[in-house]
Design a protein around this ligand. Structure first.
Ligand code: IP8
Length: 246
């Protein structure tokens, strides 16, 4: 089984303190991955930014649609994400995960319409050689805009198809998509099922937000799940956890 797993920025960082890793959560995620990795045919990890990258992106007015041509801005945002990537890699290595970095800035781009292209031959080759490629939200060249942000969620959607993933998992701060009584919705098959619960305001969150995640995951050919840190191990072991989207 080949799995694409995203570790949300709110899981691996302390979102209230700039450039601060949540060491305990990151370690728990890395431990769960370390326990499961040998039983998988392949694993690609993607992580978000949390308190890394997003503050720099805000400083330079950069989003997934608004770009910058300021090289200092590019270096600040990319540099922050690389710093977090190093922390993630170090923890994964401590749990014997054969994790290696893949930086989207060096490979991905957007066209004038904002459409993302993510070449993945290096990811496929690394997977075939037994490594766990670790990608992250980043900035990428964008025709007509300079650079814009690429979110971890966008990368997950691209990777799922291009590495022929059997399962996709998004580890977030909440145990799944919640209904109006804060109960986890176990299955979503169409956006209309949850449109009322997710609401319109969430749709304005361009790099994240549950509405955007659900819409993107519904487009995938493979089953996707949204769950919290406690379910990383069970998810990787093949259990049905959190909210399943298919
Ligand atoms: O946290 C964005 O990644 P995300 C990373 O997955 C940035 O939205 C801001 C460069």
């Amino acid at each position: 089984m080949t799995v694409v797993l995203k570790l949300g920025g709110s899981v691996v960082t302390d979102k209230d303190r700039e450039e601060t890793v949540d060491g305990e959560s990151l370690d728990a995620a890395a431990a769960a991955i370390g326990d499961a990795v040998d039983d998988l045919d392949g694993l690609v990890v993607v992580h978000g930014g949390g308190s890394f990258g997003h503050p720099n992106a805000a400083d330079y007015g950069v989003s997934t649609t608004e770009g910058t041509r300021d090289a200092d801005g590019v270096l600040a945002i990319h540099g922050a994400m690389k710093t977090l990537n190093k922390f993630v890699l170090r923890r994964l290595r401590e749990h014997d995960v054969p994790a290696v970095p893949v930086h989207p800035l060096s490979a991905a781009s957007r066209d004038t319409g904002g459409e993302l292209t993510l070449p993945v031959q290096q990811v496929r080759t690394l997977l075939g050689e037994g490594f766990v490629p670790v990608l992250h939200g980043d900035v990428i060249g964008h025709t007509g805009e300079g650079v814009t942000v690429v979110s971890g969620d966008e990368l997950v959607v691209e990777l799922a198809a291009s590495v022929d993933a059997d399962r996709v998992g998004l580890c977030s701060a909440v145990p799944g998509v919640l209904d109006n009584d804060d109960a986890v919705i176990s299955r979503i098959e169409a956006y209309e099922d949850v449109a009322e619960v997710l609401g319109a305001s969430d749709a304005t969150d361009v790099t994240g937000g549950m509405a955007g995640k659900v819409r993107a995951l519904l487009e995938l050919d493979v089953e996707a799940s949204i769950f919290d840190l406690d379910s990383v191990g069970p998810f990787l072991a093949g259990d049905r956890v959190g909210t399943t989207i298919d």
